[in-house]
Design a protein. Sequence first.
Length: 153
Amino acid sequence: MSSPKLSRQPRSAQRQHGVSLVEVLVSVVVVALGLLGAVALQATALRNNQGAYERTQTSILTQGIFDAMRANLPGVASGSYNTDDWVCTAPNATTLASRDIARWVNNLHSQIHPGACGSIACTANACTVGVRWDDSRATQGSSAQQVTLEAQL
């Protein structure tokens, strides 16, 4: 009787039965680093999106004060809207112009940043409105952000 021949596998194939623990750990580390990179990218995108939102709100609020000034051209002509410097707190609302400025500054505080300041300078019907605020969160340390818009009323 002849004995059946057993097929013999090469030695390297006999020893490899599965994935080693080291290979699993390396793949877990690679995936973890990839996920950390994605999280960092998302955090940066959120910060920059907040900065873009603040700049957009600044533009909208500045157009709002321009519209209020267009509705009160005698106040613009008399210089009631001019501020000598940056206005960081809402002034006492005694006239239409001071009410407009107070509402504008309060909107800057609520929609952009609590420390936002505004300035208005008009010569005849040409007005320049500036807004500055702390944007250190979006710009990673460069805190002073300023937007200036000009309009002919």
